[in-house]
Design a protein around this ligand. Structure first.
Ligand code: HMG
Ligand code: MG
Length: 301
């Protein structure tokens, strides 16, 4: 059977460029440019934008203006505006900023978790549970990220049992979706198959998103494998910007513009207008003042 006959015909794209894309950049984009970026994205047809993160600004200085960004953007009906939140202090700020969805996060690797959020995995659970509970009580939806699912820059391989156990705990917190992070871009399609096979035996494919970094050029192949296994939600970052400062070797995310080229070419809909999106990719490339990693941008602006 042809792959087109097996995969879903509509895929959700979660645009993470304003958060994952900008958090690790040496150029700190002025607040007004971040707002302009998000406003342009809102008119491309994208339904989900992760606009910033409410982490400690000392840890991520490039997103220190989270509240100003969230307050400054236009809210286009039909678009969900989300932000990363590590703890109750972050939630307090995110609620003030009136985000639609809160994304909690932790790592499957003990060492990366400690380096990224300064806690052991076990210390992190009660904090995230409290954030999820309060966010739900405030009428927000909650999403979660699990990082280093396919490998850790400090610990190497991660056991699938560990991923299953953490997923169980996160779903129990009432999250809408769990995004599985290949934080440093080490996964390959057979590993995607191995891990998803185990997870999808226990949880619905509709509960997961995939979050691929493209360090080794495997992201698109991994999307294809994930699609074939029933995943309908993908995180991507315009122009391929992205990376976690606490994960050495993590380079750009899967580029949204490249992803759309493949999906639309396969007759899979996303609701996003390619031409409008590429214009925004050109905008952010000009602002970053360097060639971005996306392949589609190589064909010019
Ligand atoms: P900590 O230093 O252990 O925090 O950091 P603490 O609770 O001990 O507090 C220390 C100080 O920070 C206090 O201020 C708090 O008020 C303040 P002081 O009394 O010293 O003046 N503080 C905050 N301020 C603002 N907002 C907050 C906040 N929390 C505490 N939310 C913490 C713990 C989690 C805050 C810190 O480690 C942190 O911010 N880490 C975030 C690191 C990060 O953002 N990493 C990148 C995102 S994850 C990622 O990229 C992966 C992903 O893309 C998926 C993938 O690719 O796999 C999602
Ligand atoms: Mg990431």
């Amino acid at each position: 059977m042809n792959i087109n006959d097996r995969v879903e015909k509509y895929i959700n794209i979660n645009e993470v460029v304003p958060r994952d894309g900008l958090q690790n950049e040496s150029i700190i984009l002025p607040t007004k440019d971040k707002i302009a970026l998000i406003n342009q994205l809102s008119y491309t047809g994208v339904k989900y934008i992760e606009i910033t993160s409410f982490v400690n600004p000392r840890w991520i200085p490039s997103l220190a203006d989270a509240l100003e960004v969230a307050k400054g953007i236009e809210r286009v009906p039909g678009v969900k505006y989300a932000a990363l939140v590590p703890n109750l202090k972050g939630l307090e700020r995110a609620l003030k900023a009136e985000v639609d969805e809160v994304s909690i996060f932790l790592s499957a690797s003990e060492t990366h978790n400690k380096k990224n959020i300064n806690k052991s995995i076990n210390q992190t659970y009660p904090i995230l549970r409290e954030v999820a509970k309060e966010a739900l009580a405030a009428g927000k939806t909650v999403r979660a990220y699990l990082s280093t699912v396919f490998g850790c820059p400090y610990e190497g391989s991660i056991s699938v049992d560990q991923v299953v156990a953490i997923s169980e705990i996160l779903f129990d917190m009432g999250i809408r979706e769990l995004s599985l992070g290949d934080t440093v871009g080490v996964a390959h399609p057979s590993q995607i198959e191995e891990v998803l096979e185990v997870l999808l035996n226990r949880f619905s494919a509709k509960g997961f998103a995939m979050h691929f970094h493209n360090t080794r050029g495997m992201a698109m192949a991994n999307v294809l494998k994930s699609l074939d296994m029933g995943i309908v939600s993908f995180d991507s970052s315009l122009g391929g910007l992205g990376g976690c400062p606490y994960a050495p070797g993590a380079s750009g995310n899967l580029a949204t513009d490249d992803l759309l080229y493949m999906l639309h070419g396969m007759n899979i809909q996303t609701g996003i207008d390619d031409n409008r999106l590429v214009k925004v990719a050109c905008y952010i490339q000009e602002k970053m003042n360097r060639k971005l990693p996306s392949h589609s941008l190589r064909s010019g602006c």
